[in-house]
Every structure is written in structure tokens, then in C-alpha cells.
Design a protein around this ligand. Structure first.
Ligand code: GLN
Length: 252
């Protein structure tokens, strides 16, 4: 029997900076290559969130877009998302979306935006005169490298109830202080990596699909894919950091 999955794509027209939509295209294609039907449903302003989704995605956005979506995310979708995450729904949030899945985001100007508290994390933008965290990032997720680029003013700090997704080797990551990148809580993940993130990090893309299949069908393995092209893109991103070979040492 062909497997099927559903994905809720939050605010696709508002929260989609730096090509974050590419993450959706990557998940759809990697499922299609495995005869898995991944149905993507846009969930925009004012629309309720059905808790039966297998996956959820929210991309990045400038402070202006975050201010537009934050009240809706909090009042309309917050509780269903928290409940679904507690029951193991797989979620990927990027940058501005990640920030609003924390407890709050204090933008450069204006009032603080309350987050939905999936992550025990908070974000503080240090003002327009503080340099933004911009550049290519390499981080270690377990023993595997994650690559992407970041562009954020907010600095995110993690509380005790949320683990970092990865450890920064090159770049700023969450806050340019504690070498953490992103967040992980149950099957929900946040990251600052744009690029878009998943196409150049095929093992993490498969991790998300695998978690969703395991939760829905109890599947423990699935067919590998020839990732030669994806891994060439990953390697090219690694070489941008000019730290050739560092990752062999980092794994030692
Ligand atoms: N506006 C947020 C910040 O500057 C997030 C930016 C983004 O999503 N790239 O930190």
C-alpha cells in the first residue's frame, strides 16, 4: 500500500523569506521518490489548524511579517500546535517562524511578540545598530554536518526544557555566544538555516519524513535515495566556510 502524509504549511505567502518554500518542495520530492504521497495544505491567517497533520512547516519572515502573524499564531493556532507537538507531530520552523515557536520574540522596535511556547526559548533583537547574524553556517547535528546561511537580528536563548538542534562550528547560530544552533523538542525542530535548509541537508530531510512515517505507520526503515547531487551541494556549502577538513577533526 502506498503511504501518505499530510503537511500544514503555515502562512506560506507571509513567512517565506530567502526561499524557505524550498523546504516544502524538498519534502514533497523526497516522498514522491519513495511513492509516498505528501499532501501539502496551506494554513493562512484566520484558518484553524487541524491536529491530524503529520508534519508542519513555518518559514522565516522580517519583523513586519512576524508582527502580522504573531496574534493569529498565538490565538488561533497556538493551542492545537502545542497539543499536536506533545503527541509527536513533526514540525520544522525556520528563523522568524522558529522565534515565534518560542516563548517570545522582542523585535528591534515595538512591543514584544508572544510566542506559542513549543520551545522553551526566547529571542531578543539587540536593536538596529547591533550587527545582524549574517553568513554561511556549518553546524554539527550529532556526527553529521548541517549547512545553510543565516540572516537574523534576533538572538535566541534556550531554557532547560529544550535542546539545541546542533552545535555551531562556523557562523553565529542562535545567539553568537553559546555555540548552539536551533532547537529540538520531541519531534519539533527550529533552525536559523535558510538556503533553503533541507535540499542541502538530505539526511535531516529524511529524518523528518522518517519520524512522520514511524509515528503514522510504525515504519522503521525506508528506501534510500541517490543523494549524489544533494551531497555535492552540501560539500560546496561546506567549502564556503574555508575551514577545509575541519569536520574530520570535529568528529574525532
Ligand atoms: N525578523 C527576525 C530577525 O531579524 C527573523 C528574520 C528571518 O526570518 N530571516 O531576527
Amino acid at each position: 500500500m502506498n503511504k501518505s502524509l499530510t503537511l500544514a504549511y503555515l502562512y506560506p505567502s507571509l513567512m517565506n523569506v530567502y526561499g524557505d518554500r524550498g523546504n516544502i518542495l524538498c519534502l514533497v520530492q523526497r516522498c514522491r521518490w519513495r511513492d509516498i504521497d505528501l499532501k501539502v495544505c496551506d494554513v493562512s491567517m484566520g484558518e484553524e489548524l487541524d491536529q491530524t497533520y503529520d508534519l508542519l512547516f513555518m518559514g522565516g519572515g522580517q519583523d513586519k511579517e512576524q508582527r502580522r502573524v504573531a496574534p493569529d499564531l498565538l490565538e488561533v493556532k497556538g493551542e492545537p500546535i502545542r497539543q499536536a507537538v506533545e503527541r509527536g507531530m513533526v514540525a520544522l520552523t525556520v528563523c522568524g517562524g522558529y522565534q515565534l515557536f518560542g516563548r517570545y520574540y522582542r523585535p528591534a522596535e515595538g512591543s514584544e511578540l508572544e510566542g506559542i511556547g513549543v520551545f522553551d526559548a526566547w529571542t531578543i533583537h539587540k536593536g538596529p545598530n547591533e550587527p545582524r547574524c549574517i553568513g554561511n553556517v556549518v553546524a554539527l547535528w550529532g556526527q553529521q554536518t548541517l549547512v545553510g546561511f543565516e540572516n537574523h537580528g534576533g538572538r535566541t536563548y534556550l531554557g532547560l526544557n529544550t535542546q539545541p538542534l546542533a552545535r555551531v562550528v562556523t557562523g553565529y547560530g542562535n545567539n553568537a555566544e553559546d555555540k548552539t544552533e536551533g532547537a529540538a523538542y520531541k519531534n519539533a525542530f527550529g533552525t536559523y538555516l535558510h538556503g533553503s535548509f533541507l535540499p542541502k541537508n538530505p539526511s535531516f530531510a529524511d529524518h523528518l519524513i522518517h519520524l512522520a512515517l514511524e509515528r503514522k505507520y510504525g515504519l522503521s526503515t525506508f528506501a534510500p535515495i541517490d543523494d549524489a547531487l544533494e551531497l555535492r551541494a552540501h560539500q560546496a556549502a561546506l567549502s564556503l566556510t574555508q575551514k577545509r577538513g575541519w569536520w574530520k577533526k570535529a568528529r574525532a
